[in-house]
Ligand binder design. Structure first.
Ligand SMILES: Nc1ncnc2c1ncn2[C@@H]1O[C@H](COP(=O)(O)OP(=O)(O)OP(=O)(O)O)[C@@H](O)[C@H]1O
Ligand SMILES: [Mg+2]
Length: 277
């Protein structure tokens, strides 16, 4: 686990403003989802609703299927040759696995950021952020519109001041923390409804970690965020609800405060108090 950074207080999730009255809360609905590599069932019958304008953290021991579950949520799982899924995942009521649904299109609405920064090495900083817009075909924004979107995404990830004078430089010249925020900016540029973050700060220094956590906190204003983390303090800082997974199953999901103080399942309690295994 990364050492804990000294930090200015990040506001706690419990004080987050509630969504507007009448706002649709059910955004991403997972029903009886199982995920396989070959015949091995890695995610086992998980049902979970990720609500609009909430951050949900997923915790659980290494190998329990957190990344696999996350990758099922935007159809990344199927990029592994032997992989397949059963059950359903719906975004605003529309099954993303239904016949005729384009996986690339799904990933534009449900963006993903991985543990290690994955900038496109041959592209400039600007083009990295704009990369997701290129698949829009006829709806592709103009160059001026693209510049505006790139600036907006870089401002949201607090990168603009650091890179605005070198947008044409290679993304490889950025630090690891900057590269990760660049990847988040790239995911944000397509204005996704949902952002999936798989241990986004695992390879970052304390300052970069804090910046990403503050960003995650901000993002809940207008999107659904799912974050996998090994860091329980991080889950407590940034999430509204936390889900605990064990051996491919969802053990429980509850308000983050509740899960960490009065979990309903003894296995969750054993895990969060370090008495696991
Ligand atoms: N491409 C793959 N092919 C076959 N098995 C895989 C593949 N990727 C993951 N697995 C297996 O699926 C199981 C769950 O892996 P997954 O990466 O989802 O766990 P995780 O909870 O994210 O773990 P960690 O906390 O270490 O990242 C593991 O047993 C792993 O070996
Ligand atoms: Mg993982």
């Amino acid at each position: 686990m990364a050492t804990e950074p000294p930090r200015a207080p990040v506001p706690t999730a419990v004080t987050a403003p509630p969504p507007a009255a009448g706002a649709e809360r059910r955004r991403l609905e997972v029903a009886s989802l199982s995920a396989y590599y070959g015949s091995a069932e890695i995610v086992r019958g998980v049902s979970i609703t990720f609500r609009d304008r909430e951050v949900t953290a997923i915790i659980g021991p290494s190998g329990c299927g957190k990344s696999t579950l996350l990758r099922c949520l935007n159809r990344m799982h199927e990029t592994v040759p032997t992989a397949h899924v059963a059950g359903s995942v719906s975004l605003d009521g529309r099954d993303i696995y239904a016949k005729g649904v384009n996986a690339i299109e799904v990933r534009r609405h449900i963006g993903m950021v991985f543990q290690r920064p994955t900038p496109f090495p041959t592209m400039s900083i600007r083009d990295n952020v704009a990369a997701g817009l290129q698949i829009l075909g006829r709806d592709k924004p103009s160059r001026a519109e693209t510049d505006h979107i790139v600036e907006d995404a870089l401002r949201r990830t607090a990168l603009w001041d650091e890179v605005s004078n070198r947008l044409k430089d290679s993304a490889i010249g950025l630090s690891g923390g900057q590269q990760q925020r660049l990847c988040i900016a790239r995911a944000l540029a397509t204005r996704p409804a949902v952002l999936l973050l798989d241990e986004p700060t695992a390879s970052l220094d304390p300052i970069s970690t804090q910046k990403v956590e503050e960003l995650v906190y901000e993002l809940r204003r207008d999107m659904t965020v799912v974050i996998v983390t090994h860091n329980m303090q991080q889950a407590a800082r940034v999430s509204d609800r936390t889900a605990f997974m064990l051996m491919g199953e969802l053990v429980e999901i509850a308000a983050t405060n509740t899960l960490f103080t009065t979990p309903s399942d003894s296995r969750t309690e054993a895990y969060i108090t370090g008495r696991f295994g």
